[in-house]
Design a protein around this ligand. Structure first.
Ligand code: XUL
Length: 522
């Protein structure tokens, strides 16, 4: 029993959640926004602005600096790091970090100098492509062609060749910068990189996040030679080994003992992807519960009761950190799209929620939006295209209330439409992410899915998942024991569906499906 630290290195922030298994309480939650608190990286939304919307990279040094800054803030807020008995965490999925030397060869961090100064010379690629990058269409086609088509890629890896997945990104690096690729000794996911930084040595890649690379053979849990060969030469030697998510990858490095007060020998458990970690944080690792996560990306995911893949080719199969697999559908036009509309019509978040609940009706009088501001993942739209359809009086975004409802309804309809293949019971849905505190957004989701929406009481389910995974690995306790204490929904925020909305959404849903087909040229 004791305290456990969970971290979540996501697109726009690094967050920490500390739990205490003696008291059954969350001790501390803290988040550090990259845009505001590390402004010198000039990444207001966590990625380096690029006029080409297909190119989305971040500076891995920003994540390292954030780690030290957040640890300092946690201690300033009263956390006694010496009491932490285990650490785990999560990273935004698919993003990759390229190093000239394997971290296990570096021999740990020197106590005297900042971590960023020590990591900088190790980078063989100064920036990291992240999950928002959609610039690898060509590489996806090449990889699929070599292995006999996307049906084969899906059969082995659980997803077709996907632009943001790590394999196609590695292939692009190999093609565009062969010399730098040649000098690269080790390639990490954001998750395994953060774990490696903490232990000052190489951490393996956990099976949960590793499944988002188009490189893992899901059936055997090992790298697929066929996929490696189709991706880039010599790749096996550059990848850390795939490992079960509960693996203790090492002890916290002496650097963190000296500088941040941890107890020597504190175990670090493999980091995983933010979505697999949320599956744990939400207490949803057993089949039967569907989760909607409303963050920079919106995701719909669920532990799988039986093997399935998405016939439309957008969804994925990732490893479930508690064992088995999870299905996931990702929408890139999540919070940034909601925020864009909110700003354009001049509403604050409270007014946005009120406008939805009090000033408009389910179905929005037939006013429908296709909410694509940035390249979309589901459905695959490389050129973003905002479109509005509706009655004559629906002039683009002139009515703030209708615009607010239109963007949220479109997102919810898209989630319903694209998650029909996962085949799990959807009468109760757990919700997480910043927007899961917004009653307007929750009500639309409840009405569109005709399901009770239950938001988690803890702010960051992915960081919580890290803390729970650390506790489970160290104490060997049952997941359900931890879920009962830490993953309870916030009863005050539960939202019931309005049965009268069903017909409106069946109609709007059908129109949404038609519009999507036209947009995709089906
Ligand atoms: C999932 C995905 C996103 C990122 C966000 O496949 O790409 O949800 O994990 O951090």
């Amino acid at each position: 029993m004791g305290q456990y630290l969970g971290l979540d290195s996501s697109t726009q922030s690094l967050s920490a959640t500390v739990i205490d298994t003696d008291t059954g309480k969350v001790v501390l939650e803290r988040s550090l926004g990259f845009g505001e608190q590390l402004a010198h990286y000039k990444a207001p939304n966590g990625f380096i602005p690029d006029p080409d919307p297909a190119l989305r990279h971040s500076d891995p040094l920003m994540w390292v600096e954030a780690l030290e800054k957040l640890l300092r803030e946690l201690r300033a807020a009263g956390l006694d790091t010496a009491r932490i008995r285990g650490i785990s965490g999560a990273g935004q999925q698919h993003g990759s970090v390229y190093l000239k030397r394997s971290l296990s060869q570096v021999g740990g961090w020197r106590p005297g100098s900042e971590l960023v100064t020590q990591v900088r010379p190790l980078l063989s690629r100064p920036t990291s492509p992240i999950w928002m990058d959609s610039s690898t269409g060509e590489e996806c086609a090449e990889i699929a062609a070599v292995v006999g088509g996307n049906a084969s890629v899906t059969q082995v890896t659980g997803s077709r060749a996907i632009e943001r997945f790590t394999g196609p990104q590695i292939r692009k690096f190999f093609k565009r910068a062969p010399a730098a690729y040649g000098q690269t000794e080790e390639i990490h996911l954001v998750s395994s990189f953060m774990a490696s930084v903490l232990i000052g040595a190489t951490s393996g890649i956990d099976l949960g996040d590793g499944a988002g690379m188009n490189l893992l053979d899901l059936a055997s849990g090992s790298w697929s030679q066929k996929m490696l060969d189709a991706t880039a030469p010599g790749l096996r030697d550059k990848l850390p080994p795939p490992i079960p998510s509960h693996t203790r990858v090492g002890a916290v490095a002496d650097y963190f003992v000296d500088k941040h007060g941890f107890t020597s020998g504190t175990p670090v458990v493999a980091f995983t992807g933010d979505n697999p970690s949320s599956l744990i944080g939400m207490g949803a690792s057993r089949p039967g519960a569907v989760v909607i996560s409303l963050g920079t990306s919106d995701t719909v995911f669920a532990a799988m009761s039986q093997p399935r893949t998405d016939p439309r080719g957008y969804g994925h199969v990732f490893g479930n950190p508690a064992g088995g697999f999870m299905s996931l559908i990702c929408f890139s036009n999540g919070s940034l799209a909601r925020d864009e509309i909110r700003r354009r019509v001049g509403l604050d978040w409270e007014a946005f929620a009120q406008a939805i609940v009090h000033e408009t009706q389910p179905g929005n009088a037939g006013n429908l939006m296709l909410p694509y501001f940035v390249p979309e993942i589901t459905p695959r739209l490389v050129e973003p295209k905002l479109q509005l359809f509706g009655g004559e009086d629906f002039v683009a975004l002139r009515s703030p209330a209708e615009a607010a409802r239109a963007v949220v309804e479109a997102q919810a309809l898209s989630m319903r439409y694209h998650s029909d293949w996962i085949g799990e019971e959807r009468s109760t849905i757990r919700a997480t992410g910043g927007a899961s505190r917004n009653v307007g957004i929750l009500q639309v989701l409840a009405d569109v899915f005709q399901a009770e929406l239950r938001p988690l009481s803890v702010a960051n389910s992915s960081a919580l998942g890290g803390a729970l995974r650390a506790a489970q690995a160290v104490e060997g306790c049952e997941w359900e024991e931890l879920y009962a204490r830490f993953s309870a929904p916030d009863a005050d925020l539960c939202v019931q569906p309005n049965p009268k909305a069903r017909a409106a959404y069946d109609e709007l849903g059908a129109r949404f499906g038609e519009r999507i087909s036209v947009l995709l040229g089906d």
